[in-house]
Design a protein around this ligand. Structure first.
Ligand SMILES: Cc1cc2nc3c(=O)[nH]c(=O)nc-3n(C[C@H](O)[C@H](O)[C@H](O)COP(=O)(O)OP(=O)(O)OC[C@H]3O[C@@H](n4cnc5c(N)ncnc54)[C@H](O)[C@@H]3O)c2cc1C
Length: 478
């Protein structure tokens, strides 16, 4: 089958574009090199919906950030994704006041609503755990937090529910022009034919652009390391606390997450290797030092895990979104790419309609709504009992730390886009995200995936490819 549009890269940008285009009567395909969606920058970032004061005025980053931040409440509600408008503060010592005032002015010019500068006493009243030596802060009431991989999974799932096709483990290796369109071939020889290509390959968008003969920009990785603290620290700050930004980024932040943990990071180190997501002792030292500048007495002994994300830093300094000969290229979608994703999708849709001749009608069956993945957790005890009566798997707790049931894990395996590895179940249900980090539940999750997908126990991986977990069962059948 020849597709009308094929999107390369199932991160939050590719996912939101797929969702936007799935409302039209189009043959739509999404290609992803990994064993799951949301495997690039989308699974490893600060999870902030930025208000929009940071980006240079007039830039695409500024325009799409402010628009994306306004769209996010409706989008997350439709997709059943956790979103909290927890507000943000850019804090400053006395010698940094001019910088905070400059950001305030820029925010006003960018169209951000409700910004104001709060002085020392009000700052301490709002956030009693900040460093008492701070002088002032910029308060952004529209600053928010979201779960980035949940947003991506829900967007892809909603696109699939509306007819889009997802091909995982499809690592694009070549793109050739044929019959007025393109043939996209994967590393394993599989090929798809399409009229239009949309390149959303994140840190690899330069390589994909070169395959289409478009190489007037570069993208390099900038590593950002994080630490995650236990849920008992989730209220340590209510708001997201940034320091005044530098040319390398927004600095080390301290922020609650929508799931009730506390997040510290990211560092900012330019590197060459686009696969290097290691964490380092130097990174941890930087996080300890810089987060303590802003927030006093952080309980560092409550760290439960750490991770690294790679920013896709483009050579122009702005988001690159352009089209040529039936190829739409999105590159340099670093922060605020998550915040902007709904607006980026809208922008690309307009580009396709207004400049590239897309005129497909909207499908009568299109449904923008997807049931929340975490609905069971939020039910009352009576409602839970009703479900358990019908399906006892919802009465069997598998992940003790997060209280996740077998029923929820089975749903995660079967619902679009279905999880087929342990990390995929983790991102959809939070099984394995608690204090013990999967020490107890992982083997049970492997068993459930194997049973539901009719795979051998030892073929279930952590995150696809060679990430084998078990070589042999020591008891029972393999
Ligand atoms: C440290 C850090 C902190 C950040 N903090 C924030 C924040 O708080 N707020 C915010 O708004 N933004 C933030 N961002 C930016 C945000 O995470 C990104 O802008 C966003 O996730 C980009 O999504 P994407 O879909 O473009 O890229 P990705 O999520 O990287 O997705 C690209 C996809 O393409 C796939 N792919 C690549 N090559 C191929 C190929 N050859 N064939 C098939 N598939 C391929 C990849 O596997 C990947 O799944 C942060 C980023 C980082 C790294």
């Amino acid at each position: 089958m020849k597709y009308d549009i094929t999107i390369i890269g199932a991160g939050v940008v590719g996912g939101m574009i797929a969702r936007e285009l799935a409302k039209y009567d189009l043959r739509l395909c999404l290609l992803e090199k990994e064993n799951d969606v949301a495997m690039g920058a989308t699974k490893a970032n600060s999870a902030i919906v930025h208000a929009g004061f940071d980006a240079k005025e007039g830039s695409l980053k500024a325009k799409l950030n402010v628009r994306g931040s306004r769209m996010m409440p409706k989008v997350t509600e439709e997709l059943g994704v956790k979103y909290q408008r927890n507000e943000s503060l850019v804090v400053a010592f006395a010698h940094e006041r001019a910088e905070v005032e400059a950001i305030y002015e820029r925010g006003i010019r960018n169209g951000v609503e409700g910004l104001r500068i709060v002085e020392h006493d009000e700052l301490l009243a709002l956030e009693p755990n900040v460093n008492p030596e701070l002088d002032c802060a910029l308060l952004a009431p529209t600053g928010a937090i979201v779960c980035p991989y949940e947003l991506c999974i829900a967007a892809v799932g909603n696109a699939m529910d509306n007819g889009a096709e997802l091909k995982l483990n499809f690592k694009v290796e070549s793109i050739e022009q044929k019959n007025g369109g393109y043939v996209i071939t994967a590393e394993n020889g599989e090929a798809v034919e399409t009229a239009i290509v949309i390149n959303c390959a994140g840190v690899y968008s330069e390589e994909i652009a070169k395959m289409t003969g478009d190489a007037d920009f570069t993208v390099h990785p900038r590593r950002g390391e994080y630490m995650v603290l236990d849920k008992e620290c989730g209220n340590f700050t209510k708001r997201t606390i940034f320091h005044t930004p530098t040319k390398m980024g927004k600095g080390i932040l301290v922020s609650p997450t929508v799931d009730g943990n506390l997040l510290l990071g990211p560092t900012a180190t330019d590197i060459e290797d686009k696969t290097d997501v290691s964490t380092t002792p130097e990174g941890f030292a930087t996080i300890f030092e810089k987060s303590s500048d802003n927030v006093a007495k952080i309980p560092f002994n409550k760290v439960i895990t750490s991770f690294t994300g790679l920013r896709a830093v483009g050579s122009t300094g702005d988001f690159i979104i352009k089209h040529r000969e039936g190829v739409v290229t999105l590159a340099g979608i670093e922060s605020p790419g998550l915040s902007s994703a709904p607006a980026i999708a809208e922008y690309v849709e307009q580009m396709l309609r207004d400049e590239m001749g897309m005129n497909a009608p909207v499908k009568a069956s299109y449904n923008p709504v997807r049931k929340a993945g975490h609905y069971f957790h939020d039910l009352s005890m009576e409602e839970k009992n009703e479900i358990i009566k019908k399906d006892p798997r919802y009465g069997r707790i598998v992940c003790r730390c997060e209280g996740i049931t077998e029923g929820e894990i089975v749903e995660a395996v079967h619902r679009n886009p279905g999880a087929s590895d342990v990390d995929g179940v983790k991102r959809r249900t939070r099984s394995g995200m608690g204090r013990c980090q999967g020490g107890f539940c992982s083997p049970i999750v492997v068993d459930i995936i194997a049973r539901e997908k009719q795979m051998a126990f030892c073929d279930v991986t952590k995150f696809g490819g060679a990430s084998v977990i078990n070589y042999q069962k020591t008891k029972g059948e393999n």
